[in-house]
Design a protein around this ligand. Sequence first.
Ligand SMILES: [Zn+2]
Length: 453
Amino acid sequence: MRTIQKRMIEHVLYPAMERFRGNRIRTKTMQLQASERLPAGQLARMQEQKLAALLEHCAKHVPAYRVLGWEIEEIHKAPLAFLAQVPVLPKAAFQSAPDRYLSDTAERSALIANRTGGSTGEPVHFYMTREQVEAYEAARWRGLSWYGITHGSRSVMIWGNPIELTQNAQRKYQLRERLLKNRIILSAYQLSSDTVREKAAAIEHYRPEYLYGYSSALTLFAEMMLKAGVSLKLQLKAVVSTAETLTAAQKQVLEKAFRCPVANEYGARDAGILAYSCPEGHLHLSAENALIEVLDPVTHAPLPDGCTGVLAVTDLNNFAQPRLRYLLGDVGSLAAARCKCGRTLPLLGALEGREDAMLVGAGGQLVHGNAIGQLIRRYDGVRQFRFIQHSPTSATLLLALMVPDDALPTQVTSEVQALFPDTAIRLEIVEHIPPAASGKMRYTIREFPLHDR
Ligand SMILES: [Zn+2]
């Protein structure tokens, strides 16, 4: 049944969808696979040509950029240098005037309305085209192909939130997922050692080739498996983590529980699949689809390779509602190194989470939220935590403990306090820390802007 369905999807369903709906995901995946090992110079030239076309389009057809009165000739002389002069676009600025970014050539009836999950504030509403969606999907399939996963590969998605649908709607949703995407969805929400056994059995019964989900949900599931002494009697091609930063500690837990490679997908709903980790463990950028810059978090000046800053993305396929140098809110660095896997796609050196995970000491110094994470994760007695900074001088530390304990919270708080000597930290012990509405887990939150402080 399994191989028949895989063949059905690969050889009948997908080609049929391509013929009838003009869906070109497979073709685009193959194009990306063909360019991932091109000489670096050739890749860079390809990227630059696409960028020049996009900038020219913006100058002519996108109101927000047209008013800037760009010289087309200047764009083509040195597209990358030209881009570096374009103002960065924070999410809030885009959100306040989305129509000004809509191209006058965009065919309204062909636009697909979408929005971000809003895990960090207001959701952003935007439009995209099928071309873009296909480019994003192709980048995902290219990354998955590095693990031997193909369009028909069966998967199980591990979700962190209860799916908020009526039972009937849920059955329909599951059926659609199963037939069209060859995938079932399991929730890692409120797992116990009994339910983890049941869910592991359901996975074995379904026989997926890979698991897919938010890193926090996958890790929670893996931790419960290890705790209950459960292992899967099947060899997965990969466990694919998405939507949140995958920490080294989480990766280790996943490798231990599932005994297979762990892949890391980095993307954003409003920017596409931006990078995929290869089996060597390095994050390769989808350079054919997007251009990523690393900028100083306060001044927005470009930073050299190896330096950590905020990421600005220019989606090279977005001609409908272009956002140049769009600040995703993620923090990371670029690496100049070449990867042993032989792929020439540039590398993201490190991905360190969200820009709002950057915290500010009372003296104005920046402290990355990861520092708190690394510190607290050393304490096995802490089940969950969240550090919320209200202002440089005031913060709340939420802790959910494995078992009631008086000494532990005080000790953890004093260690966090050492990172923020002049900030008043209020400790709060809670039963459970829920993920954001989007299902993403946020470990640190800064409630005030970084720039106008
Ligand atoms: Zn690689």
